[in-house]
Design a protein around this ligand. Structure first.
Ligand code: NDP
Ligand code: MG
Ligand code: MG
Length: 341
């Protein structure tokens, strides 16, 4: 059983004695920066020239500097720009300003695991990865709770990198919920696999196929939407509370029996073979290379796939229905139906 660390296992004063630069002020960046500040940590934000996030950070009273100046001032640098731009930001504006004794932090191991970033001698390399979207990390912290997090140490130059990572995790609320120790390799590969095979890729495709099957058979799209998308949250909530077993206990016997006999027909053993192939592409760097090569060209494949997903009929049905649901409020940073971002 993995060891889980809580507030009592972490010393907040360690991070309170450091100077932190949060690079990027997006989903994770705003949450880390605000939680750190509210935990009494000295924090500044590093952003590129002309950044659209600058105004948001300044509206919270945070100091915003260029990435280079923020790194220069700080001795803990948390990189929270999108994964695909990290290596350029790092090479141009971070690495030249690192000195021995600094610590380089990440919230995802991608760039270290696949060799896009490597830190100079004398610098600690560690990860504090909240297992939730940034907006939840902030909201839970403000409510006095936290989102579970993973920590990992890639390079322990100081001999204190783990204690520093735990302290950082405490400052953003992670140890309120529980922190598990992992490695950059394990976090990166399992995170990519989970989002590709199950959470994002698997679920999205499953929902789309379910919607297509029902509407192609002549059922109303609104009804199909409720049956294959809207109710998903209710099912997932039960799984989070008590595992698959609680979900099966709560649904009708009819639904539970249908689960047993039809689940393995839909998700048959080929799917597991496909999952193994996806995992293999993650492990040998094929996925990382495909993603980064496309991003380096401006993301033509990414943009095409995004547009195709947004054009799926389930999105139009959902948009109309959700306008009728006064109880569903969309996230501030997300505008429904946007095609260009
Ligand atoms: P976002 O896409 O939300 O971050 C965007 C931020 O990065 C913006 O402030 C943006 O500025 C800034 N930025 C973009 N390009 C540059 C640049 N060249 N130089 C400086 N700043 C730049 O990222 P996420 O928060 O989603 O991801 C950050 C990290 O956290 C990633 O490693 C990700 O894997 C990890 N992570 C993310 C999670 C999430 O909830 N999204 C969950 C757990 C980990 P501007 O507004 O000007 O574009
Ligand atoms: Mg991920
Ligand atoms: Mg039903």
């Amino acid at each position: 059983m993995a060891e889980i660390y809580y507030d009592d296992d972490a010393d907040l004063s360690i991070i309170q004695g450091r100077h932190v630069a949060v690079i990027g002020y997006g989903s994770q960046g705003h949450a880390h920066a605000l939680n750190l500040r509210d935990s009494g940590v000295d924090v500044r934000i590093g952003l590129a020239e002309g950044s659209t996030s600058r105004a948001k950070a300044e509206a919270e009273g945070l100091r915003v500097l260029s990435v280079a100046d923020a790194v220069e001032e700080a001795d803990v640098i948390m990189i929270l720009t999108p994964d695909q731009v990290q290596r350029t930001v790092y090479a141009e504006s971070i690495q030249p300003h690192l000195t021995a004794g600094d610590a380089l932090f990440f919230a995802h191991g991608f760039n270290i695991r696949f060799g896009y970033i490597s830190a100079p001698e004398g610098v600690d390399v560690a990860m504090v990865a909240p297992k939730g979207p940034g907006h939840t990390v902030r909201r839970e912290f403000e409510a006095g709770r936290g989102v579970p997090a993973l920590i990992a140490v890639e390079k322990d130059s100081s001999g204190n990198a783990e204690a520093l990572a735990l302290s950082y995790a405490k400052a953003i609320g992670g140890t309120r919920a529980g922190v598990i120790k992992t490695t950059f390799t394990e976090e990166t590969e399992t995170d990519l696999f989970g989002e590709q095979a199950v959470l994002c890729g698997g679920v999205s495709q499953l929902v789309q196929y379910g919607f297509e099957t029902l509407t192609e058979a002549g059922y109303k799209p609104e009804i199909a939407y409720f049956e294959v998308l809207h109710e998903l949250k209710l099912i997932v909530d039960l799984m989070i509370e008590g595992g698959i077993a609680k979900q099966r206990w709560s649904v009708s016997d009819t639904a539970e029996y249908g689960d047993y006999v039809s689940g393995p027909r839909v998700i048959d053993p080929h799917v597991k073979e496909n999952m193994k192939a996806v995992l293999s592409d993650i492990q040998d760097g094929t996925f990382a290379k495909r993603f980064i090569d496309d991003q380096d060209k401006g993301g033509p494949e990414f943009k095409e796939l995004r547009a195709k997903g947004e054009a799926h009929p389930i999105e139009a049905t959902g948009r109309e229905l959700r306008q009728l649901f006064s109880w569903i409020k969309s996230n501030d940073d997300y505008t429904e139906g946007q095609v260009s971002r």
